[in-house]
Design a protein around this ligand. Sequence first.
Ligand SMILES: [Zn+2]
Length: 91
Amino acid sequence: MDMIRVVSPPHCRKGPARCSECRKAARVKKICHIHVYTTTSENFRPIIEMEIRGIPGFYEYEIIEVFESPNDAIEYAKRNDISNIDLSMGR
Ligand SMILES: [Zn+2]
């Protein structure tokens, strides 16, 4: 599933508990085109909490594109037929 969300792109697979660069990265929120997977994998992927088809949970995602401004994201979404857009900063 492709969507536009505000997320913190992770630095590496070690995560904030073990990597200071990850701790820095976790504080930076960016508007991104993300591809969310409804199946789990063996690959390293960041996790996002959301509801998909009415099922709340933690889903793996991949960052496809990062945007500098909401307008860039909206234009991109129009061009690429992405209707699932949430630009709120979340928790
Ligand atoms: Zn890291």
